[in-house]
Design a binder for this molecule. Structure first.
Ligand SMILES: [Zn+2]
Length: 81
């Protein structure tokens, strides 16, 4: 039995360096502001989030907006992954 509404109202998750992204989307990396950078990045589902490219620190990735790829949208998919 399909329950379509459950997955879309969860709080925005935060990833850490080394995590595998569960959601494709735009992530903000607060740590980069310490290096004078403050930008959002796109992480695709299945990507492993990296350490800081400047100092190698463990970073947090705050999901700003999930951006499902077409192939990930259950409405366009024949089968569950
Ligand atoms: Zn750093």
């Amino acid at each position: 039995m399909m329950r379509r509404s459950a997955a879309r109202k969860e709080p925005m998750p935060t990833l850490r360096s080394g995590d595998v992204a569960v959601w494709s989307g735009i992530y903000r990396i607060p740590h980069l502001s310490e290096h004078g950078r403050y930008h959002d990045v796109i992480v695709r589902r299945g990507d492993t989030t990296p350490d800081c490219p400047v100092c190698g620190a463990n970073m947090t990735f705050d999901l700003v907006r999930s951006v499902p790829q077409l192939s990930e949208d259950p409405d366009f998919s024949d089968s569950d992954v």
